[in-house]
Design a binder for this molecule. Structure first.
Ligand SMILES: *[C@@H]1O[C@H](CO)[C@@H](O)[C@H](O)[C@H]1NC(C)=O
Ligand SMILES: *[C@@H]1O[C@H](CO)[C@@H](O)[C@H](O)[C@H]1NC(C)=O
Ligand SMILES: *[C@@H]1O[C@H](CO)[C@@H](O)[C@H](O)[C@H]1NC(C)=O
Ligand SMILES: *[C@@H]1O[C@H](CO)[C@@H](O)[C@H](O)[C@H]1NC(C)=O
Ligand SMILES: CC(=O)N[C@H]1CO[C@H](CO)[C@@H](O)[C@@H]1O
Length: 483
């Protein structure tokens, strides 16, 4: 008997929590896992006393679903998703909907959308962020794919998503094809950037200002009451305070070698691929790579010296505020870059993305959730077509207000030999972006000099010319390759 509103395949913790979340919101969910004993266990334990029903097979699951059938896959990204799609397709009929809520690569989602369309089925690839806790009580959801599916899943998705402000859901339709998974990927890249920025602030507090862990925890607690109010600042305060069973702080005992699962790297690769200067996320990925060379760094530290002995002699209270403002300004740059990448991808793939809605999706539920994202949403509400966050008055004023602090932080840090890859790349981006004239005129001349790549004149853009720089150059201009 068709009684379930939606089915979910894959009963790992994320899957179970999303099912319970949907159940809490009044939907009847059919649970399925390839290892059927897992379904029985779930019904007997976590789902006991709920309206959740189980399925013994995919056929059984499909027969229990109301039409159009809605099926969420929460299985390992990659082959497992294709395998389940292949098994489901013969059991479904036109208009049924398959939703991939895993961490799929956006190109795979685009490919699956195309192949499902031929079969008259609807496909949705949805980014899901917020971890196990988010899945249970309100994740950030970023669905994209076949838009015809949206009216049929909107109610369920927006009900289970995190809510902010006056109950607005952190979930809206993102766009065509792999847009949902692309936006999720950029979210993860931005998360890398936010984390590295906080680490740089911590490094400066610890090694320039000589603050102890409780003082630093207090500072982050204070910062959490400013524009920086966010989940990551909040957990940083808690981490700094945390003491071991032996009563001493845990943080300084943790090995300083960062891991990564690759989504930050994918964002940086996309940035390179589409020619968008998303420098901060790139540096955040490289900072993790450098950190992971632990043994090599320990060796190097024995022979490479820095500006040792230069003690900070300024006003500590005001330098702490400088660091806060450097972090805030750098964060604005990072988000401006992230949205540039979204804009470029939209152009590349012909997606029409709703940037304000994306900011709202990230406002709650996910790791980068913050008050700041509410400000970004407002900027896109003011101007739907906003070219860059830096051109919005609120953000340009904010950067202006932070600018002196930002430069002082970086110059002091450089003099003290503190690595600040993300603070510095953010400032360099800002200084590059605000220059009407960059030294790329020389670059073009060099390219024309050695490779006859041609250049344009400021007075006559669009016309490519080649100069006989040496008096013995040839007359051919290179068009076969671009150096
Ligand atoms: C940070 O601010 C949020 C609300 O803005 C609050 O819920 C949270 O408890 C604060 N965290 C800390 C560690 O102060
Ligand atoms: C340091 O700066 C703070 C705030 O900018 C100020 O209130 C304080 O008086 C200064 N302290 C000294 C010793 O100059
Ligand atoms: C480049 O300039 C030299 C010296 O003025 C001249 O001899 C040569 O013909 C020029 N080459 C071309 C391709 O015009
Ligand atoms: C070099 O190319 C220009 C423009 O194509 C042409 O006018 C000129 O005659 C060429 N010079 C030589 C030496 O081939
Ligand atoms: C495909 C599938 O449903 N697999 C899951 C079944 O449950 C186990 C145990 O929780 C998971 O590890 C599988 O991924």
């Amino acid at each position: 008997m068709a009684q379930a509103d939606i089915a979910l395949i894959g009963l790992a913790v994320m899957g179970q929590n999303i099912i319970l979340n949907m159940n809490d919101n009044g939907f009847v969910v059919c649970a399925y896992n390839r290892t059927v004993s897992k379904v029985h266990d779930f019904l007997k334990n976590e789902a006991k006393g709920t309206k959740v029903i189980g399925a013994e097979s995919l056929e059984d699951m499909v027969s229990k679903l109301k039409k159009p059938r809605r099926i969420i896959l929460l299985v390992k990204a990659g082959q497992a998703v294709d395998d389940f799609i292949d098994k489901l397709v013969p059991l479904l009929e036109a208009g049924d909907i398959i939703i991939d809520g895993g961490n799929s690569e956006y190109r795979d989602t685009t490919r699956r959308c195309q192949s499902m369309k031929d079969k008259k089925l609807l496909f949705v690839g949805s980014g899901v962020s917020g971890g196990e806790e988010g899945a249970r009580y309100g994740p950030s959801l970023m669905p994209g794919g076949h838009k015809e599916a949206w009216p049929h899943i909107k109610d369920i998705f927006q009900s289970i998503a995190a809510k902010v402000g006056t109950g607005e859901a952190c979930c809206d339709w993102v766009g065509d094809e792999g847009a949902g998974h692309f936006v999720k990927m950029v979210h993860n890249g931005i998360e890398y950037g936010d984390m590295q920025l906080i680490c740089e602030a911590y490094h400066l507090m610890k090694d320039v200002l000589g603050m102890d862990h409780d003082e630093m925890a207090k500072a982050f607690n204070e910062w959490n009451k400013t524009e920086l109010d966010s989940f990551l600042i909040e957990i940083t305060a808690n981490i700094l305070k945390f003491r071991d069973a032996d009563g001493t702080h845990l943080l300084p005992k943790i090995r300083d070698s960062a891991g990564q699962k690759g989504t930050g790297k994918w964002t940086a690769i996309s940035a390179l691929e589409y020619g968008t200067p998303v420098t901060l996320i790139g540096e955040a990925v490289f900072a993790r790579c450098l950190s992971s060379l632990k043994e090599e760094r320990v060796e190097a530290s024995k022979s490479l010296s820095g500006p040792e002995g230069t003690k900070f002699s300024g006003n500590k209270t005001s330098f702490l505020e400088d660091i806060r403002k450097a972090l805030y300004a750098s964060k604005i740059i990072s988000y401006a870059q992230g949205f540039m990448l979204l804009r470029q991808a939209a152009k590349e793939f012909g997606w029409s993305l709703n940037y304000g809605a994306i900011a709202l999706m990230w406002r709650g539920g996910c790791i980068i959730r913050s008050v700041f994202l509410g400000k970004i949403k407002e900027a896109f509400d003011r101007d739907f077509e906003l070219q860059s966050l830096l051109l919005d008055n609120f953000f340009s004023n904010a950067v202006q207000d932070c600018q002196d602090s930002w430069r002082r932080t970086i110059s002091t840090g450089v003099q003290q030999g503190i690595p600040m890859p993300c603070f510095t790349t953010a400032l360099s981006f800002y200084d590059g972006y605000r220059h009407g004239m960059l030294p790329a005129n020389l670059l073009q001349a060099q390219r024309d000099y050695f490779g006859a790549h041609t250049y344009e004149l400021l007075s006559n853009p669009g016309t490519h010319i080649h100069t006989n720089w040496t008096g013995h150059g040839g007359n051919v201009s290179s068009s076969s390759y671009n150096a």
